[in-house]
Design a protein around this ligand. Structure first.
Ligand code: UDP
Ligand code: MG
Length: 318
């Protein structure tokens, strides 16, 4: 039982929370090492995702004081999912198991020990599951839960009420590395690995300081990515909608023809204008949905790297 743990923490403009989060996470690593649950050379890997504030300076100072603080600097802001993946891939090279957590410590660090126990019992992945969202705003709670339900209806398998707080073994990270997707939605990918999983439950807390780095626009982007990267149902729905409209038009044509034969012809302005708008709307919507998928294919075929690591401060000479 001497495995090396890496706690992976993506950070974007987190100067307000890091002075609190760094000591908590480093203290936890030392406590777990003292209990013999992980090896003494375990570390916390902070990934600076192109922050504009003092995040990198804070991380550099912390690394100089304590070698268990590792800091990885991305060359620009690549987004939470890519920043997290970059950290996990570094952890894969240097550690036996990883735990990902947000910098604001809204997720409960107290359950990390249970996660490690489940890893020792043979789980390759352990999900942190929120038993409640009482501390989230009403808007965040309703939109997030609505989104998970929508994903399920679209046939995307995700773990309900789980975000990116999870333990992954080195084996799980090796398997994850095989996925070469540019449109990254980790919460949808991990269940596809099919490895033995466990769960721990916790109450989600409020952000300790600073503001959310996930404004509505980014949240909608992630949601759209989650659906269109994992499901072709929206395209099928467009197809079904097309058939439905055709049937309606056929019925309308029969009605118009019969009216014509009966000599009961309406001036027809309302029906003409309505059908133009209706069909035009459906066509634009359909093109939009198809365009979304073509855009995805465009991004995938280019095979661009998702991130560039500018610098890695660690305790190993590579
Ligand atoms: N984050 C990031 N890059 C971004 C946006 C966010 O690395 O472009 C990080 C952020 O620093 C935090 C985590 O992603 O550690 C989750 O963000 P936040 O806590 O603001 O999201 P919320 O909890 O409000 O959904
Ligand atoms: Mg948060």
């Amino acid at each position: 039982m001497n495995e090396r743990l890496a706690i992976v923490v993506p950070c974007y403009n987190e100067e307000e929370v890091l002075p609190q989060s760094i000591p908590v996470l480093c203290g936890l690593i030392k406590e777990l090492a003292a209990k013999g649950k992980i090896s003494g050379n375990s570390f916390v890997l902070f990934v600076n995702d192109g922050s504009h504030d003092r995040t990198w300076e804070i991380l550099k100072e912390a690394h100089e004081k304590d070698p268990s603080v590792w800091a990885q600097k991305l060359s620009r802001n690549c987004g939470h999912q890519s920043a997290l993946l970059s950290g996990l891939m570094t952890a894969r090279e240097h550690a036996d198991l990883s735990i990902s957590i947000d910098a604001d410590l809204q997720d409960d660090t107290a359950v990390i020990e249970q996660m490690i126990d489940q890893y020792h019992e043979g789980c390759e992945i352990v999900y942190g599951i929120r038993s409640g969202r009482k501390k989230d705003s009403f808007f965040k709670r309703v939109t997030a839960q609505g989104f998970y339900k929508l994903l399920a209806r679209m046939g995307v398998k995700t773990v309900y009420n789980h975000a990116d707080f999870r333990l992954m073994s080195q084996k799980a990270l090796d398997e994850l590395a095989q996925y070469q997707e540019s449109n990254l939605y980790l919460r949808g990918l991990i269940p596809l690995l099919g490895l033995k999983t466990g769960e721990v439950h916790y109450e989600r807390k409020e952000r300790t300081a600073g503001t959310s780095k996930y404004p509505l626009g980014k949240m909608l982007g992630l949601a759209l990515n989650g659906i269109t990267s994992f499901s072709v149902k929206p395209i099928r729905m467009v197809f079904t909608m097309g058939i439905l409209v055709m049937v309606i038009c056929l019925a309308a044509a029969i009605y118009a023809f019969v009216s014509y034969l009966c000599g009961d012809v309406e001036p027809g302005w309302t029906s003409t204008i309505l059908s133009i708008w209706f069909l035009g709307g459906i066509q634009l919507l359909s093109i939009g949905v198809i365009g979304e998928y073509i855009g995805k294919i465009y991004a995938e075929v280019k095979r661009r790297p998702l991130y560039h690591i500018e610098e890695l401060l660690n305790d190993e000479k590579k």
